[in-house]
Write a protein that binds this ligand. Structure first.
Ligand code: VG1
Ligand code: CO
Length: 553
């Protein structure tokens, strides 16, 4: 079939692909899946079709932001989207130079420039390359990931799509700042750092942070060969005056240097080793592929993400100018540790509990119910954008260190002394047989009522349920967001299947035990029986041949 041309716009016949339902954070697939003719096009057209009724003048008066984390296929995808956005009649497109924009930067650009929405090209912390992962996500006018009502509309579109629109136009030079016209659309290539840096400058006391480095404190920031390299180099080395070499792996590479751009103790091994020993720098940090996750390290010290959120919330008012009015409320995803709940209690503010995925924080932030939010998966953020923001968290910690004059470890230990400690771990079982994993979850959810009163991990099950959520702002509901098992001794286990993987299934087990012991216990001792108890309850070894997780964070 040949395309129909009308007014420069081509209508290309197409057929639905299976499995284009966005997961926890957009559509993620193997890169080669995305490279099939029509695959990306179908999804992008379905996005446009799903949101056109929300747009002024059929997109003619609207701006769309486009950028990604620089992984393999980023540039090609940007060119495809430019042609399709032009064909669909967008007034203006803002594209990050080189096709680059971190996830929080897309959010910042949408908000600062009053754009209609944005497309983020990333599979986040998943590895990149032709044989690895690619992804795309749509963000709405508030700068945040589309809510489920929109992603479901997009998905419905992908199932019945018959055509997509494009124009014939040579590739736009993504290296040159400035505007060109593609069809009736103005395509502006923008500095990907400008809006984001301005937002950071509005929140943090850059002078104070400069003084921290000027007084000889040292830091290492690992950009993991991903998108935060240019941002961190400009802000930390450029604006804050940290010495050259503070930013490691600062050039975004299409394959992230062959590594997982996942800032945890396993994948940020180089940083972890450089942060150990008495000559190590004061502060270590890393971000993920698209710049929305963060890892925080002290000298020989790891800050668990749940503690990091709690510590930032605790100190925000006193240490960060952007929050000097205090926090309206906080929010965390359900599997995230309850450390921040205790800070919220002490501050006399509310702590909201949401399903996994940043899209669930959007309404709380928009309505002013929460100022800060976080997830156990190394994600922290606030109402300055509508995404989690890795570098923001790093600047929060820098501010806390600079103002308190304490080390990372001292800050955390003091927090534990004051609030007690949530001993917390997440165990991931990657690459499981998808059918077997689904069956296990079905069995488990079917037997939850029988669990009550059963002995587990030296205690008994007090109650077990499947987490459901009703959004307090728009009343929308989401069900089956993970199994929760609460024990009589106050500890908790959460189980859910990942919604971001691209191969097989990933089971996540989250375990938490609270002790008011100033953090003195050994984490393995504190969590050992709970870990074993859950593995046995799920009969992991029997089902999958092993009960050892792939990654523990
Ligand atoms: C994971 C994390 C979740 C996070 C999501 C996207 O989802 O658990 O907390 O919001 O990734 O993060 P899942 O469904 O695999 O557990 V990112 O940095 O990939 O945009
Ligand atoms: Co990410």
């Amino acid at each position: 079939m040949t395309p129909i041309r009308e007014g420069g716009v081509q209508t290309v016949p197409t057929q639905p692909f299976e499995g284009q339902r966005p997961g926890t954070s957009g559509l993620r697939k193997k890169t080669r899946v995305f490279m099939q003719p029509g695959y990306l096009e179908n999804f992008v057209q379905s996005v446009f079709d799903a949101v056109r009724t929300d747009a002024a003048d059929g997109f003619g008066a609207e701006t769309l932001v486009v950028g990604g984390d620089g992984r393999y296929y980023n540039r090609e995808a940007v060119q495809t989207i430019i042609r399709m956005a032009a064909a669909n009649g967008f007034g203006r497109l803002l594209v990050g130079r080189g096709g680059i924009l971190s996830t929080p930067a897309v959010s910042a650009v949408i908000r600062r420039r009053g754009a209609f929405g944005g497309l983020v090209l990333s599979a986040s912390h998943n590895p990149g390359g032709i044989d690895e992962d690619f992804g795309i996500k749509y963000n709405t006018r508030n700068g945040g990931p589309a809510p489920e009502s929109v992603t479901e509309r997009i998905y419905a579109g992908t199932q019945s799509i018959e055509r997509y629109l494009t124009v014939e136009h040579p590739d736009v030079d993504l290296e040159r700042l400035g505007s060109v016209r593609v069809g009736g659309t103005e395509v502006a290539v923008i500095d990907p750092l400008e809006d984001y840096t301005a937002v950071m400058e509005g929140l943090f006391d850059f002078e104070r942070l400069r003084a921290y480095f000027a007084s000889g404190h040292r830091m290492l920031f690992d950009a993991m060969s991903a998108v935060t390299g240019p941002y961190a180099t400009q802000i930390i080395e450029g604006r804050l005056g940290a010495p050259a070499g503070t930013v490691l792996n600062g050039t975004p590479l299409p394959d992230f240097g062959g590594h997982h751009p996942d800032p945890n103790l396993v994948h940020a091994a180089e940083l972890v080793s450089r942060m150990s020993g008495k000559d190590a720098p004061d502060f270590g940090a890393a971000c993920d592929g698209d710049g929305d996750r963060n890892l925080i390290l002290g000298r020989d010290f790891f800050v668990s993400p749940g503690d990091s959120l709690a510590v930032i919330a605790e100190h925000a008012k006193d240490c960060i100018p952007g929050y000097r009015e205090g926090l309206a409320g906080v929010a965390r995803s359900m599997p995230t540790s309850t450390a921040v709940d205790r800070v919220a209690d002490a501050l006399g503010i509310k702590c909201y509990e949401t399903p996994t995925g940043w899209k669930f924080f959007g309404n709380l932030l928009d309505a002013g119910l929460a100022t800060m939010c976080g997830e156990e998966s190394f994600g922290t953020g606030s109402n300055h954008v509508r995404e989690k923001d890795g570098l923001w968290a790093v600047l929060c910690w820098l501010s806390i260190l600079a103002v308190t004059g304490k080390s990372v470890e001292e800050v955390v230990r003091e927090h534990w002394r004051k609030f007690g400690r949530s001993y917390y771990q997440r165990h991931d079982y990657e690459g499981l047989d998808a059918a077997a994993a689904a069956e296990m979850m079905t069995e488990l959810s079917g037997s939850l009522s029988n669990l009550t009163g059963q002995p587990l991990a030296g205690s008994r099950v007090e109650r077990a349920d499947e987490f459901g959520y009703t959004d307090p702002v728009d009343g929308s509901t989401t069900s089956r967001q993970g199994v929760r098992i609460f024990l009589e001794d106050g500890s908790r286990a959460v189980l859910r299947l990942s919604g971001t993987g691209t191969a097989g299934a990933t089971l996540r087990i989250y375990i938490e035990r609270y002790r008011d012991d100033a953090g003195a216990s050994d984490i393995e001792e504190a969590l050992g029986s709970l870990k074993q108890g859950v593995r046995e309850l799920l009969r992991l070894r029997e089902r999958f041949g092993t009960d050892e997780p792939t990654v523990v964070t």
